[in-house]
Design a protein around this ligand. Structure first.
Ligand SMILES: Nc1ncnc2c1ncn2[C@@H]1O[C@H](COP(=O)(O)OP(=O)(O)OP(=O)(O)O)[C@@H](O)[C@H]1O
Ligand SMILES: [Mg+2]
Length: 112
């Protein structure tokens, strides 16, 4: 199993959510975060106005999934979140050791 963290532009959330559900993924956790990439937040536009601060608002999605679903989901998120401009975001993928579904006690892939 893997834990995928995707940082995207906030206005892309609906499109990305649709791409995730179309890909048959059962769950996602969403947070509002702030960050910067290579441009350090300076040259990127947010809603038409240049941001004066270093940190730009982003949305972070966390998705636990089976190894076999990773490539498909990365492709789905990438195409839904891309504008082609700076700040489109990143996807990080980590190994995931264990999942517990609290209601049933199921473990790992059965719990996803
Ligand atoms: N190396 C990193 N580690 C952790 N978070 C990162 C990293 N790079 C980017 N992020 C997060 O992703 C967000 C979007 O990054 P961004 O897409 O601007 O990356 P970039 O490398 O500058 O690419 P681009 O040149 O396309 O803008 C950042 O605001 C930050 O939250
Ligand atoms: Mg950037």
């Amino acid at each position: 199993m893997k834990m995928l963290t995707a940082i995207i532009k906030p206005f892309k959330l609906d499109e990305v959510r649709e791409a995730i559900t179309d890909a048959g993924i059962a769950g996602v956790t969403v947070s509002e975060v702030k960050g910067f990439g290579r441009q350090k937040g300076h040259t990127e536009l947010y809603r038409g106005a240049e941001y004066q601060v270093d940190f730009l608002p982003k949305v972070q999605l966390e998705i636990a999934l089976k190894n076999e679903d990773v490539d498909r989901l990365v492709e789905a998120i990438t195409s839904a979140a891309r504008t082609g401009k700076v700040g489109d975001g990143k996807i990080f993928i980590r190994p995931l050791e264990q999942v517990v579904r609290i209601r049933t006690g199921e473990l790992d892939e059965e719990a996803l």
